[in-house]
Design a protein around this ligand. Structure first.
Ligand code: PMP
Length: 428
């Protein structure tokens, strides 16, 4: 494939935008080469500036669950835009989408809309700290909750009691309140809680991790966290920015039957417009300004365009009883197909999958946490990524990402993808 125009556009972008991108994951840093500039998208496909068609498995990092430029979403946004794009006042549509979200998601009474997943997680943690009167939080190595200071913390060798910042600009003072645990290791979480008795406000987790590839929770892990939280008066926060309205109508809480105290949502709600949300039972949400003392705000929060897109999106997800089964079936089909051709070509791999999230790791050991995800052969991944791109299939440019399956993908698209994997596998 030819990427002449993309390369020229990237060179221009680099002069005025740091690294040529407005979010680092887009920069192809991990795989080399220059990012592809997308001109437009429809359904399951992206069309780049050089006229190439790409079958899309990034889907704006999750939200395009119904495919790109989905007509009801686009129509809703156009109609709303004609009537004004922001008022900074309450609007009826905010209540409508809140009612719908509260009816779809278990264990929540109230929801507040924000503008991104980062804001949702940052606000949820502040609320958890305010509500419990405690400062420390537990997060898991390899889980991403946006770029706010408390979350940019990585483990030292193994999960350490006190995190050290992994970005300059995050202070030691902030880092010391973030405790790191190993995903899928309940004993490790217990030890951390014991060592920090009565100091932990919340545990925040991606109930299915999607930021170290796809890493599902082991059986009993989420239940174990719930029990520990109940015993120690800690709030359990599910970061459902990827899983919410994707794994089931009610997200991971519904799929696994485990109750969270606070739930964070993101991009899926807005069908691609900037939106996020956090939600909980009344007791917790009423602790938020203007009812309660914990402050949180936003000029564009509940923006009419984002709410219109969100209402169209959630209405469709709520009314299509089969969509989540359909997505899971397509993902299983892809899983089986890819496994078959990789095996035939003797490519060492492990595939992880939950619902419509799937990832291919180039290592044959189980992938259950960040360390095991990091075992994957990155050179093989790089070759795989560029090979797939050349075949017209766009997966995330990093081994530490999930592929997202959308309803717009047909079985022909899946076969096209499996065939592409087969061709690339011959070169690995
Ligand atoms: N939480 C999770 C689980 C995410 O995957 C992301 C982003 N991919 C975020 C939070 C942050 O969301 P945003 O990029 O919208 O700020």
């Amino acid at each position: 494939m030819i990427y002449k125009r993309s390369s020229a556009l990237f060179a221009e972008a680099e002069k005025v935008i740091p690294g040529g991108v407005n979010s680092p994951v887009r920069a192809f840093k991990g795989v080399g080469g220059t990012p592809i500039f997308i001109k437009e998208a429809k359904g399951a496909y992206l069309y780049d500036e050089d006229g190439n068609r790409l079958v899309d498995y990034i889907n704006s990092w999750g939200p395009m669950i119904l495919g790109h430029a989905h007509k009801p979403v686009v129509d809703a946004v156009i109609e709303k835009a004609k009537k004004g794009t922001s008022f900074g006042t309450p609007t009826e549509i905010e209540t409508k989408i809140a009612e719908l979200a509260v009816s779809m998601v278990p264990n929540i009474d109230k929801i507040r809309f924000v503008n991104s997943g980062t804001e949702a997680c940052m606000s949820a943690v502040r609320l958890a700290r305010g509500f419990t009167g405690k400062d420390k939080i537990i997060k898991f190595a390899g889980c991403y909750h946006g770029h706010s200071d408390s979350f940019l913390i990585q483990a030292g060798s193994g999960a350490s009691t006190f995190g050290t910042p992994n970005s300059p600009g995050v202070t030691q003072g902030t880092a010391k309140d973030t405790l790191l645990a190993r995903y899928n290791d309940i004993e490790n979480v217990k030890e951390i809680i014991e060592a920090n008795k009565n100091e932990i406000a919340c545990i925040i987790i991606e109930p299915v991790a999607g930021n170290m590839g796809c890493v599902p929770p082991k059986e009993g892990f989420l239940e174990g966290l719930r029990a520990l939280c109940d015993t120690h008066n800690i709030l359990l926060i599910f970061d459902e920015v990827m899983t919410g309205f994707r794994l089931a109508k009610g997200g991971a809480q519904e799929l696994f039957g485990v109750k969270a105290d606070l739930v964070c949502f993101g991009k899926v709600i807005g069908g691609g417009l900037p939106v996020g949300a956090f939600a909980a039972r009344n007791e917790i949400m009423n602790y938020l300004a203007p009812l309660g003392p914990v402050y949180q705000a936003g000029t564009l929060s509940g923006n009419p365009l984002a709410m219109a897109a969100g209402l169209a999106m959630l209405t469709e997800l709520n009314s299509d009883a089969q969509i989540f089964n359909r997505l899971a079936e397509k993902t299983e089909y892809l899983h089986q197909g890819i496994a078959k051709v990789l095996n035939e070509n003797k490519v060492v791999h492990t595939i992880n999958r939950t619902g419509s999230m799937i990832s291919v790791h180039f290592d044959d050991r189980e992938v259950v946490d960040f360390d095991t995800a990091a075992n994957g052969n990155n050179d093989t991944f790089k070759t795989f990524f560029h090979g797939m791109l050349n075949q017209g299939v766009y997966i995330a440019p990093s081994a530490f990402e999930t592929w997202f399956i959308t309803d717009a993908l047909t079985y022909e698209d899946l076969d096209f993808t499996i065939n592409a994997v087969n061709e690339v596998a011959k070169t690995l």
